[in-house]
Structure formats: C-alpha cells, structure tokens
Design a protein around this ligand. Structure first.
Ligand code: DON
Length: 305
C-alpha cells in the first residue's frame, strides 16, 4: 500500500530544493504580483481518498485550465457540431499564436489554444442566455458549492492588455468563424479565464474527467463517457501547446495548464491531480508543476502508459 502523504511530501521537498528556472506570467499585470515560490498539490482518487501538500488550499488564477470547462459546456450544448468550428490536431505553436489561422481559414487547430477557446466562447455566447452565470453555475455544480468566483482584478487586468486575443478574435471573425461581436466574445473569454480555484477545488472538478463524465459531488452524469474520451484525448495531445509531446513523454497523463501556474491532470478511472507553482517555463507551463507530476507518475508508475 502506497503512502501517498509521504510521496507528496517527498515531491514537495525535492521540487523546492532545486531552484527551477522560469518566470511568473507578466503579460497579465495582475498575475505578476503572485509569489513565485508557492507550491501546492492535491491528489484525489475516485473513491474519495484525498492527499494534499504545500499550498494546496490557496486559490490561484486558473487561466487556460478554464478551456477544458468551456469545451465541456460547448459539447453539452451542441455535441459533435463543435468539431465543425474547431479542429482536433496539436498546433505545435505557442498558445497565443496567430500564424496557422490564415492558412486554415479561421478554423483553430484545437480548443485548448487561445484561438480555439475563443471560438468555443462564441459558441457558448450563441447557445446560452446568461453565459457568465451559466459558466459559474457549471463550476459550482462540479464543486457542489457556490464558493468559486471570478477575480475582478485579473479580469480587468487581462481585458486592458489582451491585444493578441483582440487581434485573434477579429481575425477569426473575418473568416466568419465568430458569430457574435468580437468584444462580447472576448469579455466572456477573459471572464472564464479569471476564475480563482485551489488545487483541492481543481482536482475535485477534474474528477469529471477521471470518472468518465460523472460529477464528483453527487455522481450526476454531466457528459457521456465517449465525450470525456475525446476531451481527455485532446488534453493529452494539445493540453500543453507546443510542449504537449514533452508533457506526455515526461508525465504520461492527459492534463491542462494555465499561465497562473496551475496544472490539472487525470488518470481515467483512477485519480485526478492538481499542482500549482507560478513560475512558468518558456512554453508557458508551470516548470515545477511539470517536474512534480513527472516525479509522481515515475515513482508510483501510475500513468496511462
Ligand atoms: O488568453 C490568455 O492569454 C490567458 N487568459 C490564458 C493563457 C494561458 O493560460 C496559457 N496557458 N498556459
């Protein structure tokens, strides 16, 4: 029987004993204020067993991890029609890149790069009466509480500086793959990114992807197992932008990162895990977070490979 408390404590000690290079995201000014030396982890098994270490209870900005939740909602709304608007291939380019959009006529490579998530937000804007309230409700339903909120400072901060995303939304609109006003789509997109969650809350929400579509608080089926299969496949192949291959190679789990320094990942049928450490590597993924997950799956031999 593994002693997961000891394993997580050992990982915490190991990652904190090396001065991992990397920088906190600064292009969203509010994120630049975060203490770069924070580190938290939460491991949750499908049977409810939970193990935590470090700053596991402290909330941080989930940023692009939101892209998994908005995709899930879009699939709930329109099912496979999502794939007419967004492709399912790795991009091999940074998360905020515009280059492929011109050749591919405004169809983003996948829903986990910014361009793809912006199109997903456009779908939700068309489908939902109150997209922001419905998104928050979705997050609350996954959690079983209404404690999760958006962070107004982060939202305003990104909105004031989101020039690349503004360019992207307008460019996609020129190919008619955005149906609403670009400013409305971006307002919703920035909102979805500005949610604050702790490692415990994130891992709990990610039970949805570990438990084949069942939401953790009451076991309600939110998505069909074959829809979760697709989301997990996309997390494995596209969850870390142009570092998705490296993440699969080193960690071996479907997962998703955000520039707030969070990473959430699952071993389907077994567990969800969330880590947080704000310093990012040059690809925009948490440097220590990746290291910690690599140590975890290597030591426990619990990965999909
Ligand atoms: O749109 C952006 O640039 C941010 N709101 C989210 C980017 C992000 O988290 C990329 N992740 N590693």
């Amino acid at each position: 029987m593994e002693d997961y408390n000891r394993i997580l404590d050992d990982i915490l000690h190991t990652v904190n004993s090396v001065d991992t290079p990397g920088k906190v995201a600064t292009y969203i000014p509010e994120l630049a204020k975060i203490d770069p030396y924070k580190f938290g982890v939460s491991l949750q098994f499908a049977n409810g067993e939970t193990y935590n270490a470090g700053d596991y209870d402290e909330r941080f900005s989930i940023q692009s991890i939101s892209k998994v939740f908005t995709l899930s909602m879009a699939i709930q709304c329109i099912g496979d029609k999502v794939w007419d608007r967004v492709d399912v291939e790795p991009s091999g380019d940074p998360f905020n890149s515009l280059v492929q959009l011109e050749h591919e006529e405004g169809i983003p490579r996948n829903p986990f790069i910014n361009s793809g998530a912006i199109v997903i937000c456009d779908i939700l804007l068309s489908e939902l009466e109150n997209p922001k309230d419905d998104y928050l409700q979705f997050m609350h339903d996954l959690q079983g509480t209404d404690k999760i909120q958006y962070n107004e400072e982060v939202f305003t901060s990104e909105k004031s500086m989101g020039y690349r995303n503004v360019a992207m939304a307008n460019f996609i609109k020129s190919f008619k793959n955005i149906h609403n006003k670009p400013e409305d789509v971006l307002d919703f997109y920035f909102y979805t990114c500005s949610i604050d969650m702790s490692c415990v809350e994130l891992a709990w929400s990610f039970q949805l992807f570990a438990q084949h579509g069942k939401c953790a608080p009451d076991g309600t089926l939110f998505l069909e197992p074959n829809q979760i299969k697709r989301i997990n496949a996309l997390m494995l192949t596209c969850g870390f932008y142009d570092e998705s291959g490296e993440f699969a190679f080193r960690v071996g789990l479907p997962g998703k990162s955000g520039v707030g320094g969070g990473i959430a990942a699952v071993l389907p049928g077994e567990f969800s895990i969330a880590v947080w450490s704000p310093k990012l590597n040059e690809k925009g993924n948490s440097a220590k977070g990746m290291h910690a997950l690599e140590l975890f799956t290597t030591h426990t031999e619990m990965s999909i490979f």
